[in-house]
Design a protein around this ligand. Sequence first.
Ligand SMILES: [Zn+2]
Length: 157
Amino acid sequence: MRFCCTLLVHRSQGGVLLKTQLHAQEPGVRQCCVRAIDIRRRAYARYSKFEVGCAIRGGDGEIHVGVNVENAAYPLCRCAEGNAIAGMVAQGVVQIEYVVIALRGGGSPCGGCRQIIWEFCQGNKDVKVYMVDDNGSDNPWVSVMTIGELLPNAFVL
Ligand SMILES: [Zn+2]
């Protein structure tokens, strides 16, 4: 790992993941990151305590948000990304500009969510997925990967 004031380069599994701090993001992305962090507080994660917030910039230019919603019957738990997309689709929007997820540690979307996100990228493998390490800091680290990097061989019909 190499550190400097606003950039962290993390090498893992042969890849290079660039991390920058929230304040270094361009204004639209920064706004979306803040929405993901804010909405994360509403996550219903009473079993795992692992709260996730998602904010998606849709093709309509609006931000669509979602949180993870758990259930006592574990298979019924729903991820934040899918819930944000469901709300976006209900608004008549079926195209994603970019995705932001906020969670402790800044991890990446689960495999299922990668496929769900891909469905609304309209074949564009360069759609960015920003991952915010929501650790309580007012300037958290943000890493970014494209959906093509996250899901190089998406399922298609
Ligand atoms: Zn998921």
